[in-house]
Design a protein around this ligand. Structure first.
Ligand code: ADP
Ligand code: MG
Ligand code: MG
Length: 208
């Protein structure tokens, strides 16, 4: 299939919730090395609230689903990741619009709009050791693969690139967020937000 329906987007969100719940200890361990040890709890709590909310009130359009997701994350997660992932989903929804499904180009544009929202809100640049270091390579790989292949191929390429981006944060020195308080001592650890972003793209590839 070459489109992503609201059902697929819903499976993506529940799959992301499952993954951050399963990997909660791992995300927390990463955040305990260079942050305040709450990234697993933040993401698991936020995505559990999202699953609750979208289960109560199923959406018919991509923008409604993604807007509810973003607003729920902003209001249920206290840490930096809540407003950042929240902005991602809000901007993604605004780009997608009131439609029941997205083709590969519309999905790529919506993901890119979400990413740009994170940049605007967090002011990080590539290489600052944040979630965007997993997200940008994923989007670039998606666009390159979508130009010549199927949607499934593009999502598989995005997921693999996000995981590589996550691993590539290890040697970096953090320049944004709590980890930046450590300066040079932040090097040698994977960024927790890049690890949750790799789960986000893994869940999307699995849902499609
Ligand atoms: P907090 O740091 O407030 O405890 P979390 O632990 O939930 O919040 O999330 C931390 C993650 O958020 C970091 O690992 C990083 O990937 C991401 N992050 C922090 N600040 C920024 C920023 N300005 N731009 C992009 N991502 C950021
Ligand atoms: Mg934290
Ligand atoms: Mg915190």
């Amino acid at each position: 299939t070459n489109t992503i329906t609201v059902d697929t987007l819903t499976r993506w969100l529940t799959g992301f919730a499952d993954r951050v719940t399963e990997q909660r200890e791992y995300l927390t361990e990463l955040d305990s090395a260079i942050g305040d040890a709450d990234h697993g709890a933040n993401m698991a709590r936020g995505m559990a609230a999202v699953v609750d909310k979208i289960g109560q009130d199923p959406a018919a359009t991509a923008d409604a689903l993604l807007k509810t997701t973003g607003m729920t994350l902003v209001s249920s997660v206290g840490g930096a990741s809540g407003p950042l992932y929240g902005t991602f989903f809000l901007r993604m929804g605004a780009s997608a619009g009131a439609v029941p499904e997205l083709d590969a180009a519309a999905l790529g544009a919506a993901l890119r709009a979400g990413y740009e929202g994170i940049l605007q809100r967090g002011k990080a640049e590539p290489g600052d050791k944040t979630m965007i270091d997993a997200m940008l390579p994923a989007l670039d790989a998606y666009d390159a693969a979508a130009a010549s292949g199927s949607l499934a191929d593009a999502l598989a390429a995005a997921s693999a690139a996000a995981a590589e981006g996550r691993d590539a944060t290890e040697p970096l020195v953090a320049r944004k967020g709590r980890a930046s308080y450590l300066g040079e001592r932040s090097a040698g650890h994977i960024d927790p937000g890049s690890a949750s972003t790799a789960l986000l793209f893994d869940a999307l590839a699995a849902a499609a």
